[in-house]
Design a protein around this ligand. Sequence first.
Ligand code: ATP
Length: 212
Amino acid sequence: MQPIGLFGGTFDPIHYGHLRTAFELWQELRLAEVRFLPAGSPPHRDQPLANAELRLRMVKAAVADQRAFVVDDREMRRTGVSYSVDTLTELRAEYPDRSLCLLLGMDAFLGLPHWHRWRDLLGLAHIVVAHRPGWKAPTMGPLGEVMVDHGTGTVRELHEQTAGRIYVHAVTQLEISSTELRQLIVSGRDPRYLVPDEVRHILRESQCYAHG
Ligand code: ATP
């Protein structure tokens, strides 16, 4: 069976950088689906500006026309801080024999050693890292070491094993970030062509970033 891709994020708001990355990884890794997991209360950063309901609405609107993209709101339904290790433990129990691939941008991967029980993640899933502009794969430190022990250059291993490999994949570089998008909207500019039109309509109607 093909692996399931898991794409977590704050999605405050979702943008074409997220969508294109998910699409290329879905195609090139031959994933059964990419599951978007919007974070409820993210542990590593300031709280999102847009509320959970609105971020979820934007993610759903953004992926509505792509059958292989699925939205999973479990982290939003859970109270308290969203830890990836808890989400992966739940998913592993639901899919005991299935390959699970946690999809991360390189910036997120470099922050991994700060995640709660980060070393346990590889016991639960593979980690697929998408190159993001301006970021390089680590060669030293704790991540450099796990790259040596767990790194793989073949997609086949992601299919044959259910967890435990790290695979780095180059995707089309779209220099878009939610932070810059919010700043652009606060300053009264139009996010057109950086986000899907459906997301742009929700942003307009809700005015969720209008006041910074
Ligand atoms: P912020 O600017 O608020 O930190 P962000 O744009 O980085 O937001 P997140 O929701 O924090 O978006 O990111 C979710 C995931 O998407 C992370 O793994 C991140 O590395 C990845 N990601 C975000 N933007 C891009 C992009 N332009 N290209 C590739 N991956 C991206």
